[in-house]
Ligand binder design. Structure first.
Ligand code: 13P
Ligand code: SF4
Length: 324
């Protein structure tokens, strides 16, 4: 089955500002096939804000930041979930939907933060700081979540830290997120040394150069950026918070200190805003393509599985976060 021509045309209309007409034929076949496969397989596609526009705007059913994807994953009726994002996001969707099939189109779609810490590391931190609760960023494996008291995302980290009512928390594994949250709370935060390989590359000098080259530009930064970068920005927040900021304030010109595709996706929604685009790609996010989403649905691959004992403990930490 293929979608009608008018649907294909209207899909291209959505993305014409960021995908040149010459590139569209390379996408349209896979888009037709994916739309048909979703109906045949009773599947939905969850896509993170860093996915490329032909995925984000043309085949995804649910889009958002890590927190929104986790929350919305709980409301999905379909039997199959394809996670267009990285592995920890697919694991989180599986934790919240143990009875459904969750597919990740490329098993290599990892995350430098998730790779920076193991379950044994968390146990060592607990030994070193007895009785101090462990707040774990969702950008971690299920095994690490299973050793944690509660999870957080960049969208709710401050609220989660303050919800525990303790004078100190251990916050793993993103050192910069931990230090950025520490500037907003009286709770003492014990951090780990993990970094996002995309956001750690931004520097305060980058922001100063951008301001000089584009006078009046509004600078938004993700809290995985180093604190010196966040200090130079006009606003810091999760990918969803940055997108909301653009919608609410409609700055004449904006720069998002985050992954490249985010600007394309938000620019489509706000044609009146001029986006300056320094480009740091996340190589893990970019492993997901229309071709491997199609193959995932055609060949039922790669099925995400989690050891049941690990899953039970990890789910508790994620559900505790979602209840805050
Ligand atoms: P968000 O939760 O802000 O979408 O961030 C996820 C991520 O991987 C950022 O690098
Ligand atoms: Fe991980 Fe950074 Fe890529 Fe997000 S952008 S998935 S934190 S490596």
């Amino acid at each position: 089955m293929s979608i009608s021509l008018s649907t294909a045309a209207s899909l291209y209309d959505r993305v014409r500002r960021v995908i040149p007409p010459i590139e569209w034929p390379a996408f349209s076949d896979d888009i037709d096939a994916i739309l048909a496969l979703k109906r045949e397989r009773n599947a939905v596609i969850l896509a993170h804000n860093y996915q490329t526009p032909e995925i984000f705007h043309c085949v995804a059913d649910i889009v958002g930041d890590s927190l929104a994807l986790a929350r919305k994953a709980m409301t999905v009726d379909a039997q199959v979930i394809v996670l267009a994002g990285v592995h920890f996001m697919a694991e989180t969707a599986k934790l919240l939907n143990p009875g459904k099939t969750v597919l990740i189109p490329d098993l290599g779609a990892g995350c430098s933060l998730a790779d920076s810490i193991t379950a044994a590391d968390v146990r060592l931190m607990r030994q070193r700081y007895p009785g101090v609760p462990v707040v774990t960023y969702v950008n971690t494996s299920a095994a690490v979540k299973a050793e944690s008291d509660i999870c957080c995302t960049s969208g709710n980290a401050l609220a989660i830290v303050e919800s525990l009512g303790t004078p100190r928390v251990i916050m793993l594994p993103d050192e910069y997120l931990a230090r950025n949250i520490a500037t907003q709370t009286k709770v003492e935060i014990i951090a780990w040394k993990g970094h996002c390989e995309v956001h750690e590359r931004f520097t305060p000098a980058d922001i100063r150069e951008l301001r000089e080259a584009h006078p009046g530009v509004t600078v938004l930064a993700h809290p995985e950026c180093p604190p010196e970068v966040v200090a130079e920005a006009d606003f810091a927040g999760s990918t969803a918070a940055m997108s909301d900021y653009v919608g609410r304030h409609k700055p004449a010109r904006v720069v998002l200190m985050t992954e490249c595709s985010m600007s394309d996706n938000v620019a489509i929604e706000h044609p009146e805003v001029d986006f300056v685009r320094p480009c740091n790609l996340c190589p893990h996010m970019k492993r997901i393509t229309l071709a491997n989403i199609r193959a995932a649905l055609e060949e039922n691959r790669h099925v995400v599985t989690i050891d049941p004992d690990v899953a039970d403990r990890a789910r508790r930490a994620v559900e505790r976060m979602l209840a805050v």
